[in-house]
Design a protein around this ligand. Sequence first.
Ligand code: NDP
Length: 337
Amino acid sequence: MTDTSTTTLSLDEVRELANSVLVKAGLDAHSSAIIADLVWMSERDGPRSHGLRLLPVYAQYLSSGYANPAASPVIGRAAPGVLRGDGDNGFYQVAALAARDDLIAMARENGIAAFTCANCHHLGALRFDTGPLAEAGLVAMGVVNSLSMVVPQGGVRPTFGTNPMSFACPRPGAEPVVWDQASSMVALMDIKMAAAEGHDLPRPAGLDPEGQPTTDPNAILETRGLLPFGEHKGAAIAFLVEVLGAALAGGTLSVDNASREAHGALNIKGGATLIAIDPARFGNAAFDQYVQRICAEIEGNGTARVPGDGRLKNRALAEARGVLVSAELLTQLRELL
Ligand code: NDP
């Protein structure tokens, strides 16, 4: 019989557990602290599919030799507004953090600047990449491509990854607006979670072995053929992410999965691009009021909410009560210690 019991962990316990699992898996102390913070923030704000649940996957990258546990990213200026990174086959977030201060300074100087990074692993939620730039007063957009699973409209095989994008901007007197979303109808980790929890998806999100749209997560995991959100429109966004991510950075295309498959890993070494814009350099002194007005129009509109604000509610609850972790996952994580 499956154990459906749960344990409440405080957010400090989540971070400590994540850090211990990563260190035990061989990741250096600096990178472990960065990735443990991301796991902690995912459990706190959502998406929880990118929190503790990803640790066994990260451990697998390291133990199989797919990822470099002691990566030393190299970042250089390719042009006045362009920072180019090589992640040294480590986690993307380590390179991105090393580039952040320069990226912010370059955006403030030029009005706009971008950081691209290849040769790195990234399986986190993009909101934690764009959010800090908005906290620094910048508008940000981030993308990363991933292994091919999304079938273009009318196609019969996957071409794109679930290719997420994120947008963030400062909001005067409040937390920044930060949203992020996959190009697929549903993120792969959520399909895996539905399969593990034994329920259907709320709407058809992929193809079954007969090529028909289905809500059955197991059938979708069998075909690995996910549907884009919004039919051809989501597929077009996935295309954009593939170009801004893999092509600009020189990362692995989503269709080139071979090395990842050999290691049983969940990601490819795709490409990520993070664009930072300083609104103060664009000449509209009322930028802040525009953002405020757009948000107010949404908030006063039926049950609509500003995209991404669900994370603030999740955060308040998690800070007050901690997070519920399934006994099954906790056992799996403790076995890694
Ligand atoms: P969701 O569809 O759950 O949410 C998309 C965005 O919309 C979020 O910012 C969410 O924030 C917001 N949102 C949800 N419901 C509403 C609503 N009713 N009104 C307004 N806003 C709403 O996300 P996805 O399943 O598409 O993606 C999940 C995560 O997976 C993302 O964090 C993404 O970055 C990550 N991902 C990472 C990949 C990788 O390779 N690194 C690949 C694919 C996905 P909130 O609920 O907090 O308001």
